[in-house]
Design a protein around this ligand. Structure first.
Ligand code: FRU
Length: 520
């Protein structure tokens, strides 16, 4: 590399967190006076207009609307008075908030659960040929968690609770988060729910969603140090590179001690015969759905038509470690982008893949790109202008023996979040150590790494940046890292960095993303 070029690179990279101000841009006199609601409220991720949310629940497609319910406090921005808020979307991107679907009542909180379309009216809740939507949720009261159902025959707009509730009571204080699906081979409903403190999930079956019979148990297994198991999700997926092979995936939240600290989601790959789940992971190592700090209580939509065939997931983009301290008002909590799930046979076994749902592509606005270019070209492309707060980056890079390199997001004179690769550990990472100047919790400002297997000397990094989050999908979705960030309004730059030899650019695409008009 000519001397001049090398010098330019060093200068460009040395500027990232130091005194280089050329890419720190001003966005108008009152930018810093904006209330947090506007500063951080996501432009294309779901968040409530006001109040607290945690877990997504009851994800079901009714043939016209995608339904999203959330754990919701109707009275404030801290956890409490758990109820199910309700939003609908035609495209998984724009969400319309509807009135609260299920309110805490008589001191019984409505905890997480799922929803199904009972197409055969097995429950008898349907009327006049209308198939009911049936929600199966945990009723939480002091020392007791039971499973309950509610139904709607007006496409989820109003809900009635079944008078025979609870439908499942094991006299347990930590028995929750029922996920229900129709198991076609055995022609019955199956429920998986967690016995949280015992690190077990229990399987039940039912002909009508009202009477449940225990089938089997799974666990403890997987991650050590989990204080509890929550929010199970079980579904079948084809293995993309093994024609005709299908496996079942069991996802589970653990409340603490995840790879980035705090809550996290692990998964098992196995067989499910309608009665019992058997883990077929040969090495018995812990598999993480996401290595970031902010991915929890993932759920997948039920009833997506066979012709579509996708399994689409969304998670609470948050962490119990600091969820109540996030600097937003009058809302608190948001969900990840919708993700299409897949399975891939790798050298190490069958692994989950996650890529942004294709619906998100409607957000793409201005586009710049490079093909077969240098890292200097990439720096020039990114540092040339003021960037909006919402960006998508898709990069195919060749390693060239590079050490540590990546992209800087929301870059300013002293701040920025790095998304990169470190050859020493063969890790990809999101480093939010210097995301901005808000103090949230002692562990918040940190770097989160995920192991990656480099093949053919190339790496693929796909990044979604919203006002207060970064989602990295590396290696075509084999590894994801999801992190919240709270950058300063003025830090709007993008850049690249490298220590040692920079990578070369096979392809780099950058889009600005539109803010989706909210329907509320
Ligand atoms: C997971 C969780 C669930 C529970 C809900 C309560 O984040 O603890 O197990 O149903 O939150 O809000």
């Amino acid at each position: 590399m000519p001397r001049l070029r090398a010098w330019f690179l060093i200068t460009a990279f040395a500027c990232v967190y130091s005194s280089c101000s050329s890419s720190s841009v001003s966005v108008g006199a009152n930018a810093q006076e904006q209330p947090n609601a506007a500063l951080y409220r996501p432009a294309f991720h779901f968040s409530p207009e006001k109040n607290w949310i945690n877990d997504p629940a009851g994800l079901v497609f009714d043939g016209s609307d995608y339904h999203l319910f959330n754990q919701y406090n109707p009275y404030g921005d801290q956890w409490g008075h758990m109820s199910w808020s309700h939003s609908v979307s035609k495209d998984l991107v724009s969400w319309q908030e509807l009135p609260v679907a299920l309110m805490e009542a008589n001191g019984i909180g409505i905890f997480t659960g799922s929803a199904v379309l009972d197409a055969g009216n097995t429950s008898g809740f349907g009327r006049n040929g209308i198939s009911p939507l049936v929600a199966i949720y945990t009723g939480n009261s002091a020392g007791l968690q039971t499973q309950n159902v509610a139904y709607s025959i007006d496409r989820g707009r109003t809900w009635s609770r079944y008078e025979g509730n609870p439908v499942l009571d094991l006299h347990e204080s930590d028995f929750r988060d029922p996920m229900v699906f129709w198991h076609e081979p055995t022609k019955r409903w199956v429920m998986v729910a967690s016995l949280a403190l015992k690190h077990k999930v229990l399987f039940f079956s039912s002909p009508d969603l009202k009477t449940w019979t225990k089938l089997s148990e799974f666990g403890p297994a997987g991650a050590n140090g989990a204080p509890n198991w929550e929010c199970p999700n079980l579904f079948q997926l084809p293995v993309a590179n093994q024609a005709g092979q299908e496996k079942w995936v069991l996802e589970l939240g653990i409340g603490d001690n995840g790879p980035a600290g705090g809550s996290a989601t692990q998964y098992f790959v196995g067989e499910f015969d309608g009665t019992k789940f058997v883990d077929v992971n040969p090495l018995n190592q812990t598999l993480w759905v996401d290595y970031g700090s902010d991915f929890y209580a993932a759920q997948t939509w039920s009833n997506i038509p066979k012709a579509d065939g996708r399994r689409i997931a969304i998670a609470w983009m948050d962490n119990w470690k600091y969820a109540d301290k996030l600097p937003t008002s009058p809302w608190r909590g948001q969900t990840t982008a919708p993700r299409t799930l897949g399975l891939l046979q790798t050298r190490d076994g069958i692994r989950l893949t996650q890529i942004p749902a294709k619906e998100l592509e409607v957000l793409r606005d201005e586009h710049v790109q490079l093909r077969n270019a240098t890292w200097v070209d990439a720096e020039a492309l990114l540092s040339r202008r003021d960037w909006p707060e919402t960006i998508e980056i898709d990069a195919d890079l060749e390693l060239n023996g590079s050490q540590d390199f990546g992209f800087v997001l929301r870059k300013g004179a002293s701040f920025g979040t790095r998304v990169g690769y470190d050859a020493t550990w063969s890790d990809v990472y999101v480093d939010r150590t210097h995301f901005g100047d808000v103090i949230i919790a002692p562990t918040f400002a940190a770097k989160h790494e995920a192991p990656i297997a480099i093949q053919n000397g190339r790496i693929h990094l796909h990044i979604l940046l919203d006002r207060s989050s970064v989602e990295l999908f590396a290696d075509n979705g084999l590894v994801t890292i999801t992190d919240l960030i709270y950058p300063r309004a003025v830090d709007r730059g993008l850049g690249v960095y490298a220590t040692g030899k920079p990578p070369s650019v096979i392809a780099l695409d950058v889009w600005t993303l539109k803010r989706r008009a909210r329907q509320d």
